[in-house]
Every structure is written in structure tokens, then in C-alpha cells.
Write a protein that binds this ligand. Structure first.
Ligand code: ZN
Length: 128
């Protein structure tokens, strides 16, 4: 009977390991799919930072580049391009972004709008 007891305990250990591993996988997946909301959006024009704006404050920003205008709107914690005079209009058709690392790109204008977290030092850098 002692032998089967040992077996029993080993099976419990295996179940525990399996549970731990699947829990770790579940956490990893949820972190991947439920990415946290960002706090700011960074706008760059041809790779140069145009401005960094808080997602918590509603505002409209006219992003003027040599190629044209993109009107960025921040509302209810989301950012989207309300209007753009680029030829393809892909940026204006993009759904609103708010999660970390999401971005809207306007290739014709060289404009990239990316959701970011707080600045690394904890203070908002260059909030215009
Ligand atoms: Zn565009």
C-alpha cells in the first residue's frame, strides 16, 4: 500500500505543476491581449517628436507637416485622426487608439501617433 501512496503524492505534485504552468501561461496571455491602457500619445513627424499629449485631457491638435495637415483628436481617453488631407486617408479611417504601443501611421505625411505610458522618470516629458 505504501507504494501506491507514493504514486498518489507524485500525481498530486504533477497536478500542482500543471496548474502552476497553466496559470503562468494564462497570465502571460492576458498580459499580451489585455495590454494596459497608455497614458500619453507621442506624435512624430518624419521621426522627430512633434509633441506628447496626455490621454486624460480632451484636446484637438493640428499636426502640420510640409506635406499637409492631420487633425488629432483626444477624447474620452482615446486618440484618433479626425481629419487629414493625405491622399490615402488611411490614418483618418483608423480606429481610435488607447492601449500601449498602438499607433496610427500616416505614410504620406510621415506622421506616426503612438500610445505610450508615463515618461521613464515619472514626469511627463514635453507636454505641449
Ligand atoms: Zn494620412
Amino acid at each position: 500500500m505504501r507504494n501506491s501512496e507514493k504514486k498518489h503524492r507524485m500525481r498530486n505534485d504533477l497536478i500542482l505543476i500543471a496548474l502552476t504552468v497553466s496559470l503562468a501561461i494564462a497570465i502571460g496571455l492576458s498580459l499580451y491581449f489585455l495590454r494596459e491602457d497608455g497614458e500619453t500619445v507621442r506624435v512624430t513627424v518624419h521621426g522627430e517628436t512633434f509633441g506628447v499629449y496626455s490621454l486624460t485631457e480632451d484636446r484637438t491638435v493640428e499636426i502640420r507637416s510640409e506635406e499637409g495637415i492631420n487633425r488629432l483628436v483626444i477624447r474620452d481617453g482615446e486618440a484618433f485622426v479626425e481629419h487629414a488631407d493625405c491622399p490615402d486617408g488611411i490614418c483618418a479611417a483608423h480606429k481610435p487608439i488607447k492601449r500601449m504601443k498602438e499607433s496610427i501611421v500616416c505614410l504620406p505625411h510621415g506622421v506616426v501617433i503612438t500610445v505610450e505610458g508615463k515618461a521613464a522618470d515619472g514626469s511627463p516629458d514635453l507636454v505641449v
